[in-house]
Structure formats: C-alpha cells, structure tokens
Design a protein around this ligand. Structure first.
Ligand code: DAK
Length: 261
C-alpha cells in the first residue's frame, strides 16, 4: 500500500485499518490529510482484497479534533466554499465506498471529526470518546455535511440542540442518542471493531454491499422509488453464487461457505 504523510494504512486478512495521524494537532483534518484520504479511498474502492475498512485516530486522545482551525482561519469566502465542497466530496466518497466502513472513535470527534465518523457506516466508541459540532463557538456552521447527517442519524430536534449549543457529549450520551452503535473500554476498541468486521466478512459479500447501497441510495429517494430500488437489489442477489449457497446450506442444515460472488 502507498505511504502517506498523515495516514497510516494497514491491510490484513481482509480488514483495512486507516489511522488518521497528525498527533501534534489531535489529528485535525487539514487539506493534505483530506487529499490523502481522497486518494486512499479511490485505491480501496478498487482493492478486492479489502472487505471491511476500520477508521481510527492515532494516540489515545483524539479520533479527529475537527477541521484544522489554523488552516481554516486564513480562508477567504471563496476558498472556504472550495474547501467545504472538497471535504463534502471526500466524505461522500467515504460514505459510498463499496466496502462497509466502521469508525473506531478513540477520543475527541469534534466538528469535521464528528462529521467524518458520521460518514462511516457504523460507529464504535471508546468510553473516552467525545462528540460534538462546536462550529458555532468559532463563528461558522458545520461544513462537511454535519447539518445533514446528524439529523438523519439522531433526529431533527436532538441534532438542532447539539448544532445550536456546540455542546460536547460523552460516549454514553452519544450511544443514548443513537450517534454510536456501541461503547467499549479503550483497550477493546480496535478488537471490537475487528470482531464486527469479521462477522460482516463471514456473510455474503455481495448482499452486504447491496444492503449498503440500498440504505444509502434509498434514504435520498421518495418511499415508492426506494422500495422499487430495494426490489432491484433483491433480484440481483439471485444472480450470485452466494444466494444459491446460502439457501442450499440452510436447507441442508449446514453452515454456508460463501465465495463472495
Ligand atoms: N485544528 C488545529 N489544531 C488543533 C485542533 C483543530 N481543530 N484541535 C486541537 N488542535 C491542536 C491545539 O491547537 C494544540 O496545539 P499546540 O498548542 O500544542 O500547538 C494541540 O492540538 C493539542 O490541543 P489542546 O492543547 O487544545 O488540547 P486540550 O486537551 O486542552 O483540548 C480539545 C482538546 C479537543 C478540547 C481542544 O483542542 C479543542 O477544543 N480543539 C478544537 C475543537 C474544535 O472546535 N473542533 C471543531 C473545529 S471546526 C467548512 C468546512 C469544515 C468545517 C466547517 C466549515 N466549510 C468550508 C463550510 C469544519 C469545522 C470544524 O471542524
């Protein structure tokens, strides 16, 4: 795998682990990190050996403490719009990566960090994780789709409270709100993410990918179109070897041996 300046990448036994690494700035997202992430996502999308992706932050203090404030401070309005559009495009690419993506949130996930976690499919948080959209305390709005993904995840009223106050919440509160799927002790964060990745990898790969596409595409459609889309992906499953194997294994009362096709 290519070497990056702000990302560590390790691919092993089907799991690609991306560690966002700018320790001096609590892994704050700057232009270089976003550009690297953009490049890496293109590569991962083409890499059939990577079945599930896990994203975490380096160190034990931060997942990502937001977009880099020192870099943003100098932006003109036009550059701000350009930066926002680029970040949104990278986060959309992450959200729509063919493989499932698990965020293993190991500390502060603020602003752009919370938005990055929300662009992942599933979030697991360490007990030490902290979440928030503190942009209003800096005189700005969230710029990487936080105003859109947060209400879709936790509901309009709760999202507005977090967006209007900039409050930072702990992992248990994030779990209560439905912002994270699970909370673990810090020592078990990565092993929990890996165990979940392994469970997903044991299922029919094409069906998992089609579930992801159906949820992502369907949520942006009217209900009639989304249900029609679901029928299409359901039908497509019957063109796979894994559908035949899965149903035959059930009837023969044995464990399915999926081949990922
Ligand atoms: N950017 C740059 N540096 C950061 C940073 C950040 N977001 N967060 C922390 N750092 C740096 C600190 O400046 C400090 O650097 P040194 O002073 O050591 O050189 C180092 O990381 C350690 O941080 P602290 O000393 O502050 O550590 P503490 O434990 O005391 O506090 C903290 C941790 C996470 C509570 C605190 O660092 C903090 O409040 N950080 C900022 C959190 C924040 O406000 N994040 C949201 C950023 S705003 C848009 C596009 C994108 C966005 C908006 C619009 N468009 C273009 C429309 C996104 C916005 C954001 O994400």
């Amino acid at each position: 795998m290519k070497q990056y300046t702000s990302l560590l990448v390790e691919c092993n036994a089907g799991i690609g682990v991306i560690t966002l690494s700018r320790p001096k700035a609590l892994n704050a997202l700057n232009y270089e990190m976003l550009k690297e992430l953009d490049d890496l996502l293109d590569r991962l999308a083409q890499d059939e050996t990577v079945k599930v992706v896990v994203i975490t932050g380096s160190g034990n203090k931060a997942f990502v403490a937001g977009a880099d404030i020192t870099e943003m401070q100098k932006l003109s309005a036009l550059d701000g719009r350009k930066w926002g559009k680029f970040g949104q495009a990278v986060f959309n690419k992450l959200e729509n990566l063919p493989q499932p993506v698990i965020a293993a949130v190991n500390g502060f996930a603020l602003g752009g960090g919370c938005e990055l976690a929300m662009a992942c499919d599933i979030r697991i948080a360490s007990e030490t994780a902290r979440f928030g959209q503190p942009e209003v305390t800096l005189g700005i709005t969230p710029g990487f789709a936080g105003t859109q993904r947060l209400p879709r995840l936790i509901g309009k009223g709760r999202a507005k409270e977090l967006l209007f106050t900039g409050d930072i919440i702990d992992a248990q509160e994030a779990y209560r709100l439905g912002l994270v799927n699970k909370v673990t002790i810090p020592e078990e964060l990565i092993s929990t993410a890996r165990a979940l990745a392994e469970k997903i990898m044991s299922r029919a790969e094409v069906a998992v990918k089609l579930c992801k596409a159906a949820v992502n595409e369907g949520l942006d459609m009217d209900s009639e179109s989304s249900i029609a889309y679901e029928a299409e992906v359901f039908g497509l499953c019957f063109a796979t070897l894994d559908q035949k194997e899965g149903m035959t294994a059930f009837i023969e009362k044995r464990k399915a041996a999926f081949v990922g096709r």
